[in-house]
Design a protein around this ligand. Structure first.
Ligand SMILES: *Cc1c(COP(=O)(O)O)cnc(C)c1O
Ligand code: SF4
Length: 393
């Protein structure tokens, strides 16, 4: 073990001085990908106060950190929002009495046999193309497949997935995810997107989830964007959890994606200690819309193995939402979501601003409203004072 680490240190530019001098935009993304730190001992050389977690952590979920992400980490503070997201800690030990699951979203149950397609909702599918990411998040919802040797997506599976999309003409929306689809080469992406467009003209919306721009921004090249543009990839949803992740390099590569006509959305995971704070969220979402990235979802941390310490209680999520709605630009306010256990799917977490109540005399109802600042008004005219027309779908 020690020997491999020493070998890596010599070859991967891991020393503190080298990292300080390292310019991530001066090297190809593939080379940078190969320079990832894959053990906390390697980071001992770069950061102070690294927890000496035991080897069992690695059996549950691997460690992988690009030099770019390591540069963003606070050298001394283990509570740094970047370190919390990526450094393994003792807190990952399963909490007694707490239910954690590897497939807490029941995705396996909704997977089309023989493919890597999760078909849960009408007219749209989730296509899990890759099982790798540039940097591994400790709270990853797909630990069951991401970085697990058994979870690789086979070429045949990808072929059968494209067959499924082509054969089911009710599918209007395909969401490529993983892992991170941008771990694939431009050629491979060209092939997959091209086949979907060629064989499934019924697909109206083609989008991708990727955290590359946050973890290895130089993956976003003009060549990649030419491929995405050629196949009319309409949207890239990225995943930023803290304003500290928004760097000049990230901003520059966001523009490259946007020049290719790609709409960008932001998905954030609500993480205790990282962003469960109104000021942090306001700043994050404002910076996002300033760049032309629309805050889309804030997810509750899933009940995945080793992530329980990140879970923000439901009541706190309501408070966070209330700290945004009305207080910052409307387009900067995302929808808060909890993914229901066992495959229930996405459920919006919405505070009640408007509610209908029975009138005391039983003659009908009134509607009581509360605004973002806590002012209230009653709107009896909105109440149920007439027979509702019946609708048919
Ligand atoms: C999130 C998700 C989608 C996409 O949902 P949208 O609300 O349309 O963004 C599709 N399929 C699965 C299984 C998902 O989890
Ligand atoms: S980028 Fe997404 S899929 Fe990859 S490790 Fe992080 S949460 Fe998981």
């Amino acid at each position: 073990m020690l020997q491999t680490i020493e070998f890596n240190i010599q070859n991967k530019l891991l020393t503190r001085e080298a990292l300080d001098a390292y310019d991530p935009s001066a090297e190809s993304w593939q080379k940078q990908f190969a320079r990832r730190y894959t053990h906390h001992c390697e980071l001992n050389d770069v950061l102070n106060n690294v927890e000496n977690v035991d080897q069992t952590v690695y059996g549950k979920f691997a460690v992988s950190i690009t030099p770019y992400v390591a540069q963003l980490m606070d050298r001394d503070d283990p509570m740094c929002p970047i370190r919390l997201q990526y450094m393994p800690t003792f807190a990952e030990e399963t909490k007694p009495g707490f239910v954690t699951m590897l497939d807490q979203l029941g995705e396996e149950g909704d997977t089309v046999p023989g493919t890597s397609i999760v078909h849960r909702y009408p007219r749209r599918v989730l296509f899990l193309v890759s099982n790798a990411c540039a940097t591994l998040c400790r709270f990853c919802t797909r630990k069951r497949m991401v970085s697990q040797p058994t979870g690789s997506v086979h070429k045949d599976e990808i072929e059968r997935s494209i067959d499924y999309i082509a054969a089911n003409t009710q599918i209007q929306d395909v969401l490529l995810s993983g892992g991170d689809p941008l771990t694939f080469s431009d050629e491979r992406l060209d092939y997959i997107l091209g086949e979907i467009r060629r064989r499934a003209p019924h697909v109206r919306f083609l989008r991708m989830g990727s955290r590359m721009i946050v973890q290895l921004p130089t993956r976003i090249t003009p060549e990649l964007c030419a491929v995405l543009e050629k196949h009319r990839l309409q949207m890239v949803n990225t995943h930023i959890n803290h304003p500290k992740e928004i760097t000049p390099l990230l901003r520059e590569r966001v523009k490259v994606l946007q020049k290719a006509g790609i709409m960008m959305g932001l998905q954030t995971v609500c993480l205790k200690g990282v962003n469960d704070d109104v000021d942090v969220m306001r700043e994050l979402f404002l910076q996002a819309i300033e760049m032309g990235i629309r805050p889309y979802y804030v997810y509750s941390t899933d009940m995945v193995e080793g992530a329980h310490h990140f879970i923000v209680p439901y009541q706190r999520m309501l408070e966070l939402y209330e700290g945004l709605r009305g207080w910052i630009s409307g387009p900067a306010v995302p929808t808060f979501i909890v993914d229901g256990l066992g495959g229930l799917g996405k459920l919006p977490i919405i505070p009640i601003y408007v509610k209908e109540e029975e009138l005391p005399d039983g003659s009908g109802t009134t509607v009581k409203c509360r605004n973002y600042a806590g002012k209230t008004v009653e709107m009896p005219g909105l109440g149920r004072d007439y027979a509702l027309p019946t609708h048919s779908n």
